[in-house]
Design a binder for this molecule. Structure first.
Ligand code: C2E
Ligand code: CA
Ligand code: CA
Ligand code: CA
Length: 279
C-alpha cells in the first residue's frame, strides 16, 4: 500500500511540474543522457567575408531528449554550469569534435579548424590546458586544428587567473577567440590584458547598428581597434546579405550566421566540407 501511495505522490509531484522540480529532473537525467548518446554536436560554418570561402566552423551542442524532444543549449547549459556537469559535457564535445576530425582526415579529406566553446567554469579549471592537449594528442591533431572560444563575460570573475590560463594555452599553440566580445562591462580592459587572436563580435552589435548611427560608429571603431591590435574579427549572427556586405565594408574579416547556414548535424557538415573544399 505504501509503495502505491509513494508512486501516487511521485506522479502528483510530476504533475505539478514546477520549475525547481523540472531542473532536478534534468539534473538527474544528464548523466544517463551522456551515456546514452543523447548529446549531439552540431556545426555552424564560418566564412571569409572578402572571398566567400569556408574558413572554419563552430561546434554547438544539442540534447536529443527521448521525451522532451530537441533541446537547445540555452535550456540546459546554465543549469549544468551551476551544478558542475558542464565540465563533463564540454569534454565530451571536445572529444567528439577531435575524433570526427581525425576520422575525416584519415579518409583523405580537406578540413577547416573547428571552434569549441569553453564554459566560464572550464576556464577556471587549472588543468584545462593539459586536458585539451591530451585530447588533441590522443587523436594526433595539431593545435591549429581547433580554436577555443572563451566568453568575454568570464574575464571579470578572476582576471589574473584567466590571463595566466590564456597565456598557457597560447604557449601550446592554441588559437583563442574572445566570444561575445562587447557584451561584458570591461571589454577594453579585457582586450588590453588577454592576448586573444580573434574577437568574436557579439550579435547585439549588428542589431544595434540598425537602431542608431552611433551603433555603426562603434562598430567602425572596433574594426579599426582590432586592426591596430592585429587581432582578427569574426561577426556572428549575420542574417542578411546587407549585414554581410556592411560588415565587409567596415573591414570585418570573417562571419557566421543564418545568412550562410544554420548549425547543422555532422553528416550535413561533411557534405558541405566536400562540396566547398574537395574541389
Ligand atoms: P554562442 O557561443 O554565442 O553561440 C552562438 C549562438 O547563436 C548559437 O546558438 C547559434 O546557433 C546562434 N546563431 C548562429 N547564427 C545565428 C544567426 O544568424 N541569428 C541568430 N539569431 N542566432 C544565430 P545555440 O547553438 O543555441 O547556442 C547558444 C549558446 O549555448 C552558445 O552561445 C554558447 O554560449 C552555449 N553553447 C552551445 N554549445 C556549447 C558547448 O558545447 N559548450 C558550452 N560550454 N557552451 C555551449
Ligand atoms: Ca561560441
Ligand atoms: Ca557568441
Ligand atoms: Ca552567446
Amino acid at each position: 500500500i505504501t509503495r502505491k501511495y509513494d508512486a501516487q505522490i511521485a506522479f502528483y509531484n510530476k504533475a505539478i511540474g514546477n520549475r525547481l522540480n523540472e531542473e532536478q529532473q534534468i539534473a538527474a537525467e544528464m548523466r544517463s543522457a551522456l551515456q546514452n548518446g543523447e548529446f549531439v554536436v552540431y556545426y555552424q560554418p564560418q566564412y571569409d567575408l572578402k572571398t566567400g570561402t569556408l574558413i572554419g566552423a563552430e561546434s554547438l551542442v544539442r540534447w536529443q531528449h527521448p521525451t522532451r524532444g530537441f533541446l537547445p543549449p540555452d535550456t540546459f547549459i546554465p543549469l549544468f554550469e551551476q551544478n558542475g556537469f558542464i565540465t563533463q559535457l564540454d569534454i565530451f564535445v571536445w572529444k567528439t569534435v577531435c575524433r570526427q576530425m581525425r576520422e575525416w582526415i584519415d579518409q583523405g579529406h580537406r578540413y577547416v579548424p573547428v571552434s569549441i566553446n569553453i564554459s566560464r567554469v572550464d576556464i577556471y579549471n587549472p588543468h584545462l590546458p593539459e586536458i585539451i592537449m591530451d585530447i588533441l594528442n590522443q587523436q594526433k591533431l595539431a593545435p591549429e586544428c581547433i580554436h577555443l572560444e572563451i566568453t568575454e563575460t568570464a574575464y571579470t570573475d578572476n582576471p589574473k587567473q584567466l590571463i595566466a590560463t590564456v597565456e598557457k594555452l597560447k604557449a601550446y599553440g592554441l588559437h583563442i577567440d574572445m566570444d561575445d566580445f562587447g557584451s561584458g562591462y570591461s571589454s577594453l580592459n579585457m582586450l588590453s590584458e588577454v592576448p586573444v587572436d580573434t574577437l568574436k563580435l557579439d550579435m547585439r552589435f549588428l542589431q544595434n547598428t540598425q537602431k542608431s548611427s552611433r551603433g555603426g560608429n562603434i562598430l567602425f571603431f572596433i574594426m579599426n581597434l582590432a586592426k591596430w591590435l592585429e587581432v582578427s574579427v569574426i561577426a556572428e549572427g549575420i542574417e542578411t546579405e546587407a549585414q554581410m556586405l556592411y560588415l565587409g565594408s567596415l573591414g570585418c574579416d570573417y562571419g557566421q550566421g543564418y545568412y550562410f547556414a544554420k548549425p547543422m548535424p555532422y553528416a550535413d557538415f561533411q557534405n558541405l566540407l566536400c562540396s566547398q573544399l574537395d574541389r
